[in-house]
Design a protein around this ligand. Structure first.
Ligand code: NDP
Length: 254
């Protein structure tokens, strides 16, 4: 198979699996976190699971990025920094920030599927940026798509990280318990961390103006929107005093 055929086949594969993912996740909750349940096969410690699942996105991206001809041009380098800002944190810092119950475990199946997707995603975006993305030159730095995309990435990153941090602060207050989060993005939606993640990668897709970036946003939404709806339902069923005007993931809409 030629490199182009591999790239295009995987790209189409990601769009197709996003469709499959949304259809499955509308009916089945991925077994981790508040929806952890037995009967899904072997489990491993939660922190190890996060590292194994997320690190391929960082490492495969790095390898593919530096295999391309334009690795040392400015626009690709900015995209590299954005990607790694998120993924170095998510792979190697976030797993050690979360407060987990001693002995807490997560499902190997979820980790294996997540790691497979993260590796493919790292390959598609790392390869695109320094190999196929010939428009990512000096002029691109002043293109509105790049400027707005980087701004959106920054906004989404802040929303995602601050929301995750607030949840961990609740966990620290009452270890092992779930509480109703209040303030910041929680004022509008149950899952502002997911909203932040979707905005982050929409910004990246705009800034790189690529189908690889678009495939990531579509897959992220396929994964996180059904989960946000399930978590929102769970909050409403669990807490009788849950704020009635709060939506799941998109303020005022969904
Ligand atoms: P959750 O919001 O479900 O959980 C985040 C952390 O906060 C967990 O440690 C959880 O504990 C704890 N927590 C959640 N709600 C409460 C609460 N009400 N009170 C106290 N503690 C709480 O997020 P996920 O674990 O699904 O995702 C974590 C991060 O990973 C997010 O930033 C998300 O955007 C990102 N992500 C990205 C994906 C993608 O496709 N790009 C896919 C999945 C996640 P516990 O684990 O015990 O529930």
């Amino acid at each position: 198979m030629t490199d182009d055929l591999v790239f295009n086949s995987l790209l189409i594969g990601v769009f197709a699996s996003a469709l499959l993912t949304v259809l499955v996740l509308l009916f089945v909750n991925a077994p981790y976190g508040r929806h952890q349940s037995s009967g899904w096969g072997p489990t491993i410690p939660v922190r190890l699971g996060w590292v194994l699942m997320e690190s391929p996105a960082s490492l495969v991206f790095l390898y593919c990025y530096f295999s391309g001809a334009r690795a040392f041009e400015l626009a690709p380098m900015i995209l590299l920094v954005l990607w790694q800002l998120h993924y170095l944190h998510r792979s190697f810092i976030y797993p050690f920030q979360i407060k987990v119950k001693p002995g807490a475990r997560t499902t190997v199946l979820v980790i294996a599927l997540g790691a497979l997707y993260c590796g493919i995603n790292g390959y598609l975006n790392g390869t695109y940026i320094t190999h196929y993305g010939t428009h990512l030159n000096r002029d691109w730095l002043s293109d509105p798509r790049f400027v707005i995309g980087v701004g959106l990435f920054g906004f989404g990153y802040y929303l995602n990280k601050k929301s995750d941090h607030m949840l961990q602060a609740l966990r620290q207050q009452r270890p092992g318990e779930y509480q109703i989060p209040y303030g910041f993005g929680f004022r509008w939606v149950s899952m502002p961390n997911y909203l932040g993640e979707i905005i982050t990668w929409s910004g990246f897709a705009l800034a790189s103006w690529s189908l690889a970036g678009l495939s990531f946003v579509v897959f992220t939404m396929a994964n996180l929107v059904p989960r946000a709806l399930a978590n929102h339902r769970w909050y409403r069923e669990t807490f009788t005093d849950y704020p009635k005007d709060r939506r799941a993931v998109i303020p005022y809409i969904l």
